[in-house]
Design a protein around this ligand. Sequence first.
Ligand code: PEP
Ligand code: MN
Length: 349
Amino acid sequence: MVVVMAPGATDEQVAHVVEKVESVGGEAFVSKGVVRTIIGLVGDIDSFHHLNLRTLPGVADVHRISDPYKLVSRQHHPERSTVWVGRPGREVPIGPDTFTFIAGPCAVETADQTLEAARMAASAGATLLRGGAYKPRTSPYAFQGLGVTGLKILADVGELTGLPVVTEVVDARDVDVVVEHADMLQVGTRNMANFGLLQAVGRAGKPVLLKRGMTATVEEWLMAAEYIAQRGNLDVVLCERGIRTFEPATRNTLDLSAVPVVQSTSHLPIIVDPSHAAGRMDLVVPLSRASIGAGADGVIVDVHPDPETALCDGPQALHGTALRELAQAVRRMPPLLGRAPAADRSRSG
Ligand code: PEP
Ligand code: MN
């Protein structure tokens, strides 16, 4: 931590800061410039926070140098992590050595629709199945998902196709029932800062897919991941899904720079959701290719056997030629960047 004194701060004011820092067991190193004095602090950052250094006379600014998050930071865990999803014998890796393709319907609507979407996903090379049983919709009049019935359908379809299942949980009270039916819990963009929910999924004992809040900075997103990690769960995968900007041409603006930025500061894997970023099927393939190029550890996309009848997000659901194109990109591009398709890796491999 660095304290920047205001121009003209007196020696007494500098000495007062040093005294305060030493009173909590820290060390203060004073450097006097021509105009300004700065004080470098070494010691326990949390105890410095309690000093409210910014309020002391003569202090202009206080900067942190280390990350505000710890458990998810690469400063404390330099190796990038791999998160394994699914029960033993069927585990799928998400991490730096592989590329993981996740696909499925936006929402579970019927058993047939979910099974058909899962088969489309599997034949395109997906190794994890997505599908929403609890849908956090902007409008209270829109389809809200089938709830527990949807979870049962997903679990059955996962069983039939051999694909581990990731599904969203929107309420801390539903965590137990979702854990019973799914292999990975998703926290959506609207709940990234729902700290009670983050703590509940942190205690759930299953991997978590944490989407970026649509108005969250990378740092706020990593702090949200820290809430989960702090409850003992380091199996967190981050998902960039687009942020709100002034640009209306796409539903959200896909922030692909978040991929290398996150990878340089956090050890957690990061995947991209081009479907919810773009909101348009024709953009999903190019944005997926760009995600692979940016170094993402995977992509998660919506597919639907009949997008025209979809109860949620039909316009962005892949099918037909576009899905075949994506399957090809996902098979061919990651190996060029030194990544194996997740399908080729087992826990021991
Ligand atoms: C979803 O993946 O179904 C979803 C609702 O995504 P997001 O939270 O990114 O909008
Ligand atoms: Mn959706």
